[in-house]
Design a protein around this ligand. Structure first.
Ligand SMILES: [Zn+2]
Length: 367
């Protein structure tokens, strides 16, 4: 990462860790120490005079936009509020802060790593590598099938998931846990229609996917039905929580959420006449490759990047160049295009729909 992003990653991660710890302080006694430890990390970053000195000062700041107290935050990060009025992590924390997560206690023992969800202590690449390490020793085909399975089945009835994996000759890649209580109501749960992970249910009866671009927002009725809000996809059916399991939040956020776009794009391109598309070829050298039928060379190679902040995405790609020829952003990030092209001059950048149209045109051209 470039210096400014690395510099911001530490206080942002510390703020998210402290916010999460504060949200579970009643159930987890370790939480108090974690908030104190993260206050120290933020103090070291901001320096004397401008930093919160006590955990309660830090908690007060976590209810305000980051830009108020963290200088150098880009506009998207600057508006991020970590805790809501009920001391719960906001949806934006899941959408935005994940782009910045890093180790804050590298080189020393990190007591938080034992109990904090991994997306608050590890970078996305680490969560991904751990999930797929078993697949890397197999064939390219095994890798692609295994990874696709995980993205398409982040939750479900335990027996059914096992049967499906057996049918595909897959060994379980990650552990599935029972559906957490705050994602259940009267023994039922609802999958987000986009990512298929259990939606969160608030005490006031709102049922939502915490990744906002999925626009999955519903209201629970007395008869245990859920009604879609304006612009939400049609309501999914309720499923029994008895014997139902799901992957943990880190796998959902770092593998399933981006994977949904990667697979959607792959499947659209693969249906074009005269070409075939490969998903995660070369064990994820890039996300999608397209060839003309009968040819070995790639016609188009794509990497999908789903970041809430164009500045964070540009810094990431500058630090770790992508192997694909085109960087693709999801259609719901089309507003980022102009800024990304400015920040990454010379890079070929397109939205999902643009690259679909371009590939469709290329596939029809004479060679
Ligand atoms: Zn979702």
């Amino acid at each position: 990462m470039n210096t400014s992003l690395t510099a911001l990653a530490r206080p942002v991660t510390a703020a998210v860790r402290a916010g999460y710890a504060w949200s579970v302080r009643r159930e987890k006694p370790e939480a108090w120490l974690e908030v104190a430890r993260m206050t120290g990390v933020i103090m070291r970053h901001l320096g004397p005079g401008s930093a919160p000195v006590t955990p309660s000062e830090l908690v007060a700041l976590l209810h305000q936009p980051l830009g108020v107290w963290l200088s150098g935050a880009d506009p998207v990060l600057g508006e991020l509020v970590i805790l809501d009025e009920h001391d719960r992590l906001t949806d934006d924390t899941y959408g935005i802060a994940c782009d910045y997560t890093t180790e804050v206690l590298a080189g020393q023992e990190d007591p938080g790593a034992r109990w904090l969800p991994k997306w608050r202590t590890h970078r996305a690449e680490q969560v991904e590598q751990e999930a797929f390490q078993r697949l890397v020793s197999g064939s390219d085909e095994d890798y692609s099938v295994g990874r696709r399975f995980l993205v398409e089945h982040p939750a479900g009835a335990s027996d059914d998931l096992l049967d499906r994996q057996t049918d595909l000759g897959l060994r379980p890649l990650v552990s599935y846990e029972p559906i957490p209580q705050h994602r259940q109501e009267a023994g039922r749960w609802w999958a987000c229609p986009v990512c298929h992970w259990p939606m969160a249910i608030s005490p006031s009866g709102h049922v939502t996917c915490r990744f906002r671009p999925h626009r999955a927002t519903y209201t629970l009725t007395d008869g245990l039905r859920i009604l879609p809000a304006d612009g939400a996809p049609p309501a999914p059916r309720a499923q029994s929580a008895n014997g139902a399991v799901c992957v943990d939040e880190s796998i959902w956020r770092f593998v399933v959420v981006p994977g949904v776009v990667e697979i959607r794009l792959h499947d659209r391109l693969d249906r074009l006449p005269g070409v075939s598309a490969a998903l995660y070829p070369g064990k994820d050298r890039f996300d999608v490759g397209v060839r003309r039928a009968g040819e070995d060379d790639w016609l188009v190679t794509l990497d999908v990047k789903d970041f809430s902040s164009p500045a964070a995405l540009a810094a990431k790609v500058t630090d770790r160049p992508i192997a694909a020829g085109v960087l693709v952003v999801p259609d719901y990030r089309r507003d980022q295009l102009a800024q990304l092209k400015r920040l990454l001059p010379g890079m070929d950048i397109a939205t999902e729909s643009q690259i679909y149209r371009r590939t469709s045109r290329l596939s029809r051209e004479e060679q």
